[in-house]
Design a protein around this ligand. Sequence first.
Ligand code: EPZ
Length: 418
Amino acid sequence: MDKIVVKGGKPLTGDVKISSAKNSVLPIIAASILSNGKCIIENAPMLEDVFVISDVLRSISADVNIDRDNNRVIIESSNICDFEPCCDLVKKLRASFLIMGPMVARFGRVRISLPGGCNIGTRPIDLHLKGFAALGADINVGYGYVEAKANELIGNNIYLDFPSVGATENIMMAATMAKGETIIENAAEEPEIEDLANYLNKMGANIKGAGTGKIKIVGVKEFKSVTHRPIYDRIEAGTFMVASAITKSKIKILGVDEEHLKPIIAKLTEMGVIIEVDNDNLVIDGRRELKPIDIKTMPYPGFPTDMQAQMMGLLSSIKGTSVITETIFENRFMHAPEMKRMGANIKIDGRSAVIEGVNKLTGCEVKATDLRAGAALILCGLAAEGNTEVTDIYHVDRGYMGIEKKLKGLGAEIYRCF
Ligand code: EPZ
């Protein structure tokens, strides 16, 4: 199994280009099931998760071409003739569940393996299923599968118990072909949802309010071909912002807008990081003495849970006491024991972590337990004394395109062992 080796202590310098958002591209690929024509996704990140969801679409006879040379994914869904995607593939990638809404909208049926939990939590799907039922689908769960059937979906008013990103996306996609109007309230407001709605509207959908807590969808009959360039990955951008702070460096991050990064900019600025907007770029200066802070993860526009591990690594290297409260997932502190192996001083109490900054982190072998935990451990390795080996790096490859190449381009001493 691959691992990444980092020799710590080197400051970073230069520019880094941010890729398109994994959490935009995955629902966008799923949404392509709705179209009768050709769907072209440009500047697509060549990530493991993109390859797996493409295989999921192929397993129901969609035609998916991944053009690695030009970073494009081309999807033709006119030949779909199977309504039960490959179980092994669905279990590999939770986001596969996002094909349920488009399938039940376009074909009136889908039978899909229940997505398992994962390391960060049980990841239930009750809100997705309640939304489909509210649109008139018959839902049957059993034997490890969930089946949805509907002769016709009828628009309805749906109030989400929790602003779930996936449930908002799945229900929004299902409602695009429901008869009449659907209103989703207490909807998730993440930028990736607005990007998905822009993609769907380009295809011919009628969606208003995506990116706010109230989304209005009027059903349409047919979707056409579309070409789309997804938004940049705000979590990858945030990860590199923390890389600058944890190595006390000044770097430039290319191809981002400060709007989607506001919660991350706010907390890093509170610590003393100097962040300047330079057109579509951000200049991050982490060379000053930084202060400890408290963080509470919240649905967007609150502080993103996907940045929690990275911030824990940074706060471990800042003198003073910080507290992180994780309100989104019930088990998203698995990176803490790995950071403690590097000398971090972290006490976990339920959903809270108390971090006492230490003078230095020391390199050793650590294990990536999930995507963001792995990225955070690489960041800790950049600051640690000596070498850090991060194993199970396949987790990181799910969401970061060539992270070691990008960090090497900033001057880090980092390489991948195959
Ligand atoms: C999306 O996951 C992201 N994944 C996650 O990113 C991200 O952490 C999460 O949103 C929160 O921002 C993709 O977009 C592919 P949720 P999702 O539904 O949709 C509860 C990463 O690292 N819930 O908003 O699964 C759930 O248990 C990944 O890139 C229900 O109770 O997240 C959790 O506590 C990790 N019932 C909370 O909502 C449901 O039916 C947030 O989940 C659905 C969710």
